[in-house]
Design a protein around this ligand. Structure first.
Ligand code: GLC
Length: 644
């Protein structure tokens, strides 16, 4: 690398974060190593008004690379049936290396899953034999049926689906200055209206990134982490207003533009969208949270901790945390957000404290705590983070949880209680329990509701929030099992012919008109309004693996395989039983492809799920017991540090 080039690289990598009061700038040898592979000169320019970008100019930009050299290593569809068997064996040989239950890696990226509750492990293993004997018989029957379906071409075999998925995933890779930095949202040749599906979405890249990590291809994830971090530092403005520093973009695009003053050259520009161009102008609260989760997964999977230790990365983590932990008018420890601030990025009545954001927030706090390097200036932040973890976990476990018992309590609630010890703290009127819920709630099972506000419980089941609360132990062990019990009990509603309903049930009639604003894309049982999203397979798989019940996910994957490739990897499916490809669904949607691949890879080697799982933290449990927010408390008794 020439001196000029390295200077330019340093320019790119210096984060102008003075607005936030931070003075940490990065320049270290690893930065230069990363960029020394670029055969391009990278310069950063101040973008024009209201338009912010990072540039990389090149005289000889290499063609985008398309590699198809790797064959998938998956298992055949028939082998699915053996997952539960091998699962118990995997658990037997695991080694726990930490008292808190979080297992440590062996330095080579091989991680063991420590996911059996100690008190349950003996029973689990004792029961395993008889379960397996029963399963063996069932499996044999199913194997026979499946083998004949594959043989007569009714179902494509799992191996060829995986192979196709890998080819498509690689084709979706976006390059910047010759290096892979992300995957495009969809590459649908049948769609004339691209909208922003030609961009790299932060949330959509997570399953792609995990798939690449699991495959041992770490570079694309490292590049993604570092370049999106660069985008975080820019000022963002919409109609003269700038949101808080630390926000990560929803998506970004690599644009090739002529180089100023030189007709023979072009430069590549990274152009982020923080919501100022997005439909509905929604700010993506989930982007930064997912970024932190991916950063931890990268370190755990690759063994390369140098990325998370970099000063600019540490600063990036802190900026996200400070934005989320900033004081506001809130009485609740949950994050207060607008409608459409996450995967559901249109108006769907989830403004307030939606479960999905809370579950991601909890994960981000846990992951950040694991990665932050202690230093003088961060003690306050760590204290605030710990307090929030305790309060958030109590709040969600206690007030978001419903099952038959809790529903019956709510049904008998007294209202208008004015006191510190009110049972019905949020003044929920029992009439809010909709008839569908009375019918729907199974005797065995339960779930976390979608949202909680004063006098309002959103009883809809939101899948991502529930699944991720299992993955990160925001839900207790008991609650986590109950969530999976509910999924099994409500299989025909939540999975039906294609996994997995984004939420249940759909908003219909006047409710749909009022809550969605008569959104024609979100008609009942379509898109965000209880449509089915194959990408959710990967979160389902991690949750099932964590709870030692991988066969549930394996069953869902098998159902997906019957159609997903034949249907050209749709973004979502419509109708109550997910029978149709979604009305406006993109085909070749990358996170449908990547979600499927992650599910397959993890079911083949469940121990790898540990890069995403966070186990229940014993310190946190102790803090909850000490704080005892459930106990009676008059004003004078309120001595604890934790405000719940
Ligand atoms: C839709 C989804 C959103 C996703 C985007 C790109 O807007 O609602 O979650 O990130 O498409 O796939």
């Amino acid at each position: 690398m020439s001196l000029g080039a390295s200077k330019a690289v340093v320019q790119v990598l210096c984060r102008p974060v003075t607005q936030t009061g931070y003075s940490e700038h990065l320049v270290n040898s690893s930065d230069l190593t990363l960029h020394s592979t670029f055969q391009v000169k990278c310069v950063k320019k101040r973008p024009p008004r209201h338009r912010h970008s990072i540039r990389c100019s090149s005289m000889h930009l290499s063609q985008l690379r398309r590699t198809h050299q790797l064959r998938p290593m998956g298992v055949s569809l028939v082998n699915y049936m053996n997952y539960s068997g091998s699962w118990f064996q995997t658990c037997k040989c695991q080694q726990s290396e930490s008292a808190s239950g979080i297992t440590a890696g062996d330095g080579n990226g091989a991680w063991s899953v420590n996911n059996i509750e100690t008190s349950n492990s003996v029973n689990n293993l004792a029961n395993a034999k008889s379960i397996l004997e029963f399963q063996d018989v069932q499996q044999l029957k199913q194997e026979k049926a499946l083998t004949s379906k594959i043989a007569n071409g009714t179902i494509p075999d799992s191996f060829s689906i995986e192979e196709e998925a890998w080819d498509l995933l690689r084709e979706s890779i976006v390059h910047y200055c010759g290096s892979p930095i992300g995957t495009i949202a969809a590459k649908d040749p049948t769609s004339s209206n691209v909208l922003n599906y030609d961009q790299v979405f932060i949330r959509d890249f997570i399953p792609s990134g995990i798939a690449f990590l699991l495959k041992g291809e770490h570079d694309i994830v490292r590049n993604f982490i570092l370049y999106t971090l660069q985008l975080q530092s820019w000022e963002k403005t919409m109609d003269c207003h700038s949101p808080g520093q630390g926000l990560m973009p929803a998506s970004f695009k690599v644009r090739t533009v002529p180089l100023d003053g030189d007709d023979s050259a072009t430069e590549e520009v990274l152009d982020p969208d923080f919501g100022e161009a997005a439909i509905g102008r929604v700010a993506p609260v989930d982007s930064g949270l997912w970024w932190i989760i991916l950063l931890r997964a990268y370190g755990k999977c690759s063994g390369d901790l140098s990325v998370q230790e970099r000063i600019d990365v540490q600063t990036g983590i802190k900026m996200i945390l400070r934005l989320c932990l900033a004081d506001g008018f809130d009485m609740f420890p949950t994050l207060l957000v607008t409608d459409g601030s996450c995967m559901i990025d249109r108006r769907m009545g989830i403004h307030g404290h939606p479960l999905e954001i809370q579950a991601l927030f909890y994960s981000a706090l846990l992951c950040a705590r694991e990665m932050l390097t202690p230093e003088d200036g961060s003690a306050d932040l760590i204290r605030a983070l710990n307090n929030r973890l305790v309060a958030l976990s109590f709040h969600i476990r206690e007030y978001y949880w419903i099952d038959m018992k809790k529903l019956n309590e709510i049904y008998r609630y007294k209202t208008e209680e004015y006191s510190y010890d009110a049972v019905n703290k949020f003044n929920i009127y029992p009439d809010q329990i909709s008839p569908w819920l009375v019918e729907w709630m199974p005797n065995k099972g339960g779930y976390l509701i979608g949202n909680l506000q004063p006098a309002h419980m959103d009883f809809r089941f939101f899948s991502l929030g529930n699944l991720w609360s299992v993955v990160n132990s925001l839900a207790t062990m008991e609650q986590s099992h109950a969530i999976l019990d509910l999924i099994e009990a409500k299989w025909s509603d939540l999975v039906a012919e294609m996994p997995f309903k984004i939420c249940y049930p759909a908003l219909e009639g006047q409710e749909w008109q009022i809550i969605t604003g008569s959104d024609p894309k979100n008609t009942p049982w379509s898109y965000h309004n209880a449509g089915s999203w194959p990408t959710l397979l990967w979160q389902l798989t991690v949750a099932c693996i964590k709870m030692n019940r991988p066969h549930i996910a394996a069953k869902a994957v098998e159902i997906a395989e019957r159609r997903i490739s034949r249907d050209k990897w749709p973004e979502y499916y419509d109708t109550k039983r997910s029978r149709f490809i979604g009305k406006q669904s993109r085909l070749f949607q990358t996170w449908s492809i990547a979600g499927y691949l992650v599910a397959k890879l993890l079911l083949t080697d469940p121990s790898k799920a540990n890069i995403l799982i966070t186990e229940e933290d014993s310190e946190l449990v102790n803090a909850l017991i000490t704080a005892n927010p459930r106990g009676k408390r008059g004003r004078k008794n309120l001595k604890q540090t934790y405000i719940v």
